[in-house]
Design a protein around this ligand. Structure first.
Ligand SMILES: Cc1cc2nc3c(=O)[nH]c(=O)nc-3n(C[C@H](O)[C@H](O)[C@H](O)COP(=O)(O)O)c2cc1C
Length: 418
């Protein structure tokens, strides 16, 4: 039995039941998402820090234009006036999504991971623009992640594609799901799929900092299935977090999963956005190098490598150019931590910012090395080359290993001659 014995049915279409999860900022690149789409699965791009991502891909200058507009606030802890231009957000979003969607060649789909916690100092307005522009640009699906904004569906209900675009939600508990569904029923628009993310996932976790380790994906997944059955709802449920082999995936598909969402194994693929030397760090990680901490300014715990450079950042907040994590009113806990550090700093001593990190800059610079719990096992999935480095597999190798392997075996990529 392997994953290929199953198919995901979604809105009248059939997919290989493997979804590559969204990995911001531009770790799940256009190329990575397209690799899944080409093989009949589903790939995500993420719109986290999309203006910066556009600048890198298309040499636009969204970030420098915004930075120039708000230069006078760079030494001011009050960022309330540092706002995004909604037209620029729409322009960047459309450019990036159109670029990705126009390169589709397969029978799969490309979805957008849209983190509602990117409040951008104007949470509702910017979220509406992001979602609207994504639908305008032809995105196949919207995966609502990180934060449960109950008004999200209301924001886009007048869009002509509201009933045709696939909409999914990422939740980590039945409680969160039931709150979301109550609202969805009111606008008569249920999600097409539900991703249940457990505590072993990468990125932010939907659990408390002190109790995440007391939960497990299988239990939450079974609770969600039971809840939907009780409610008479037939919506595909997609577990995510710690699914490392094709056989792990089959276990869930046999329990009734519609598909699985996976990410960590793809972080080291050639197509993933992390720089090549950072991929080697992921491959060399030991279990004790992977921690869950509260360095993120979002208030959610996040999993990362202890060697992440961002954990030692003491840089001035970069909100004039980026500012994706500014709460409405221009607040961010990194700004508070940074200015507290400046006030405490003694002459001749280095500036040390405690507890929080500038996640916008850290993610944009690939300095925050977030990963799933299983990252320490990545070395089992590829070859060590004669020069001591690890071979970076193609996304297709990893996808096909998930699709066709059995008995927890992992098929290594064909050895690359260096
Ligand atoms: C490097 C990395 C970055 C991630 N970034 C995001 C993100 O921006 N938004 C999000 O909703 N999930 C994010 N995730 C979570 C994944 O989309 C996915 O659901 C989860 O990691 C799957 O578990 P696995 O990594 O154990 O396979 C990220 C995961 C990784 C490994």
């Amino acid at each position: 039995m392997n994953v290929d014995n199953f198919r995901l049915q979604l809105g009248g279409k059939e997919y290989v039941p493997i979804i590559i999860g969204g990995m911001g900022v531009n770790i799940s690149t256009t190329e990575l998402a397209l690799a899944a789409e080409k093989l009949g699965g589903i790939g995500h791009i993420s719109d986290a820090i999309v203006t910066y991502v556009c600048d890198r891909i298309f040499s636009t200058n969204f970030v420098s234009r915004k930075r120039k507009r708000y230069a006078q606030y760079s030494n001011n802890p009050d960022k309330s006036a540092v706002l995004f231009d909604l037209e620029e957000i729409a322009e960047a979003q459309k450019k990036y999504i159109d670029y990705t969607i126009s390169q589709k060649t397969g029978n799969g789909a490309i979805f957008l991971n849209c983190m509602e916690k990117l409040t951008m100092n104007s949470g509702i307005e910017t979220l509406k623009v992001r979602l609207t522009a994504a639908m305008d640009a032809g995105i196949d699906g919207l995966t609502l992640a990180a934060g449960l904004n109950l008004r999200t569906l209301d924001l886009i209900q007048d869009h002509p594609r509201f009933r045709d675009v696939k909409i999914g939600i990422i939740i980590s508990s039945v409680r969160a799901l039931s709150i979301f569904l109550k609202r969805a029923v009111r606008v008569n628009r249920l999600p097409e799929y539900i991703v249940v993310e457990g505590p072993l996932a990468g990125g932010h976790l939907g659990f408390g900092p002190g109790d995440w380790h007391t939960f497990d994906l299988k239990t939450i997944f079974a609770e969600v299935l039971a809840f939907l059955k009780k409610e008479g709802l037939n919506i595909p449920v997609i577990p995510a977090g710690g699914i490392f082999t094709g056989t792990d995936a089959v276990d869930y598909l046999q329990m009734g999963a519609g598909a699985v969402q996976v990410a960590t194994r793809f972080t080291i693929s050639k197509e993933a956005g992390l720089p090549a030397d950072v991929k080697q760090n992921y491959l060399n990680a030991r279990e004790e190098d992977i921690v869950v901490n509260m360095a993120s300014t979002t208030g959610y715990p996040m999993r990362m490598l202890t060697s992440s450079p961002t954990l030692r950042y003491a840089i001035r907040p970069n909100c004039e150019g980026l500012g994706y994590l500014l709460e409405n009113g221009g607040k961010c806990t990194y700004i508070d931590a940074y200015y507290a550090a400046v006030a405490e700093k003694k002459a001749g001593e280095p500036l040390v910012v405690k507890e929080k990190t500038c996640l916008c800059t850290g993610m944009a610079n690939y300095d925050c090395w977030t990963c799933g719990h299983t990252a320490y096992r990545l070395k089992e999935t590829t070859n060590r080359l004669a020069n001591g480095a690890w071979q970076l597999p193609k996304a297709e190798d990893i996808f096909r290993d998930y699709q066709f392997s059995s008995d927890h075996t992992i098929t290594l990529p064909e050895l690359e001659v260096t």
